[in-house]
Design a protein around this ligand. Structure first.
Ligand SMILES: Nc1ncnc2c1ncn2[C@@H]1O[C@H](COP(=O)(O)OP(=O)(O)OP(=O)(O)O)[C@@H](O)[C@H]1O
Length: 234
């Protein structure tokens, strides 16, 4: 299994993006590029918020190019956690599972409890989000994407508001969970330390041109000029 972008050409306003690449199942990949290079636009194409003008997005043999975001094998974690502060964690996760009703179906409660345990929040099910710390809210947001049980996880700077130690802890937790569930993960981050920590391979985005995954260490040691300037490497 793999996520494929075959000869994708997309346009958002006047901005153009091209991508031709494969991310293998279970791979963790960082998306690196200067500000405005097209990292979020790339995630939009994969997630289904932006339909390309040409080319194909495939999950293995399945063409998902025109599928709505909610019908893709993909979940997304943004910095805005998508959680309702006045609801409990359990209520939030129930809504993630059954968006129309928020009611639990048979088996849902067990799934929620298992995912809360997995992210270190066992016993927190009835706690309101507004009564939790930033780190705990990040864990709850991760549990929210885990209950959806989709094989591809997109992360767009999800832990940028946390301090460095907490951010590292969350990245390690995502890596651990991704490993256990064989998730394919794409992480947009502005911090090269995150890419080094999280992803052996990275996708470089330069002025709308997306390169296939390459070795993170090698890319960051010898970045192309635009990326070097952005990273502040002189
Ligand atoms: N609807 C639009 N009309 C015109 N330009 C757009 C539109 N949407 C996005 N852009 C431009 O597309 C480019 C890519 O934006 P994108 O958000 O993908 O970049 P990014 O690499 O994620 O940037 P950052 O690191 O700053 O978040 C930017 O120059 C942005 O201004």
């Amino acid at each position: 299994m793999a996520l494929h972008l075959d000869h994708v050409h997309a346009r958002s306003g006047t901005f153009e993006l091209t991508a031709d690449l494969t991310v293998e199942t279970g791979q963790r990949v960082a998306i690196i590029g200067a500000s405005g290079s097209g990292k979020s636009t790339l995630l939009d194409v994969i997630a289904g918020f932006l339909v390309p003008l040409s080319g194909t997005v495939r999950w293995d043999a399945e063409d998902i190019t025109r599928r709505s975001p909610s019908n893709r094998p993909i979940s997304i974690l943004f910095q805005d956690t998508n959680l309702f502060p006045h609801l409990t964690i359990a209520q939030n996760l129930a809504l993630a599972l059954n968006p129309m009703t928020g009611r639990l179906r048979p088996g849902n409660k067990e799934r929620i409890d298992a995912d809360l345990t997995r992210v270190g929040l066992s016993g927190f099910a009835d706690r309101r989000l507004s009564e939790m710390s930033g780190g705990q809210q990040s864990r709850a947001a991760l549990a929210r994407v885990l209950v959806q049980a989709r094989p591809v996880l997109l992360l767009d700077e999800p832990f940028a508001a946390l301090g460095p130690a907490l951010k590292d802890e969350m990245l390690d937790l995502v890596a651990e969970v991704a490993e256990a569930e064989s998730l394919t993960v794409l992480l947009v981050s502005h911090d090269p330390k995150d890419a080094r920590r999280f992803a052996r391979q990275s996708i470089l985005v330069e002025a709308g041109q997306v390169s296939p995954p390459q070795d993170t260490q090698a890319l960051l040691e010898d970045p192309p000029p635009a990326l070097r300037a952005y990273l502040g490497g002189g």
